[in-house]
Structure formats: C-alpha cells, structure tokens
Design a protein around this ligand. Structure first.
Ligand SMILES: [Cu+2]
Length: 210
C-alpha cells in the first residue's frame, strides 16, 4: 500500500515536472505545478512584483518539459486582469506573440516585441500583464507576468539569461533541419534580424536553414 502510494506520487511528480516554467519575465508567484492548468497558473490577481520590460526588443524565456509543444503569449492592459476575458478584445484573444510549435524540450529564449504587436494601450509606462499559454499535450497551461513597459529600455537587463538549450527527441546532424520540427516558427514569425538570430541560438539556426 505504501509502495503503491509512493509510486503514484512519483508518477504525479514526474508528470507535473514536465509542464513548463516561465523563467523571464518573472511570473506572478512561485511555480505550483498542480495550479498551472488554471488561469495565470493559479495566481488570479495582479501582483506588485512588476518587471520593467522593453516596449520593443524584449524577449521571454521558458523551460519546456514536454516535446512537440505549442506556445503563445496573450496580453492584457486591464489594471487587474483576473480572468481570461481580460486578455480578449471583443471576444478575441489579444495575442502579443502568435501561437507557434516547437518539437524540442529545454530552455528557450523567444523575441517578444510588444510595440510591434500594435496593442491599444500597450505604450511607454503602461502597466500590462502577459499570459504565456503552453500546450504540451496535457492541456493548456498558463503563467502570467505583470510588467511596466519602458521605451527607454531597449533590451532586458544583462543579468537575465537568454539562451536556447534544447533536447531534440531525435538527434540530427548539423546543417539539416530537425525532422518533423517547426523549430524556426517561434522566431521567424517576427522576422529574424541577424542579431536576434544569434541570440536565439538553436532556434535561429533552424530558421536560417529553412
Ligand atoms: Cu505537463
């Protein structure tokens, strides 16, 4: 009985561990795996731990525990976004980064140019909230970050790590596109500059080879 309970708990942990983490900007609160399927990962109300975030030229970083995942980013300009409705306009999701697919697990650094998305109210000095939506096969998962947009800030602070460290399900040799992968989709959706491609690392290389 004890053994089976332990096995069950280990299974739960294993599954939960394979969700995703929002590494940057900092999420509303500490990661709670069981709450990640809920709105904002279980943190319903706006927080005071806002990140000053570039209006243009920002990025976000996640760690994906599931292969073959789809991710996108919603934005709300409401003062206390506490429902999915607050991330929609006229019933349509307000996307600041379109949904894109990625085959690999690992850590990803993905460009997030908020001003380029042309969201009304997402201007210099505005308090906004982004909600990262991730589907790795076990349902939609959510993490939110409360931000203050800054036009003066042209890139995230240098102490923020932005790198791609990925684990490809099937190893591929250098120079070939990963089989069955749309690795470039996340970056190329916004048109990669040479600099961005370098920052993107693996994702950028894949995009360049397309
Ligand atoms: Cu999961």
């Amino acid at each position: 009985m004890i053994f089976s309970t332990l096995t069950f708990l280990l299974c739960l942990f294993g599954v939960a561990n394979a969700h995703f983490r929002l590494l940057y900007p900092l999420p509303r609160g500490n990661f709670v795996a069981d709450d990640e399927p809920k709105f904002c990962g279980g943190y319903t109300d706006v927080t005071t731990n806002r990140t000053t975030f570039p209006l243009s030229g920002g990025f976000f970083s996640i760690r994906a525990g599931h292969p073959n995942w789809t991710g996108g980013v919603l934005i709300s300009t409401v003062a206390n976004p506490n429902s999915f409705d607050n991330f929609t306009v006229n019933g349509v999701d307000q996307l600041v980064h379109p949904y894109a697919k990625q085959a690999d697990t690992g850590t990803f650094c993905i460009p997030l140019n908020i001003s380029a998305a042309g969201i009304a109210g997402a201007t210099d000095g505005a308090n906004v909230t982004i909600q990262v939506v991730f589907d790795g096969g076990d349902g939609n998962l959510y993490q939110c970050a409360d931000l203050t947009l800054s036009a003066n800030l042209t890139s995230p602070p240098s102490d923020v790590t932005c790198s791609n460290v990925t684990t490809t399900p099937t190893p591929t040799s250098a120079g070939t596109s990963p089989t069955g992968s749309t690795a470039g989709a996340l970056g190329s959706a916004h048109g990669l500059s040479a600099v961005t491609a370098l920052v993107l690392g693996l994702v950028g290389v894949a995009a360049a080879s397309l």
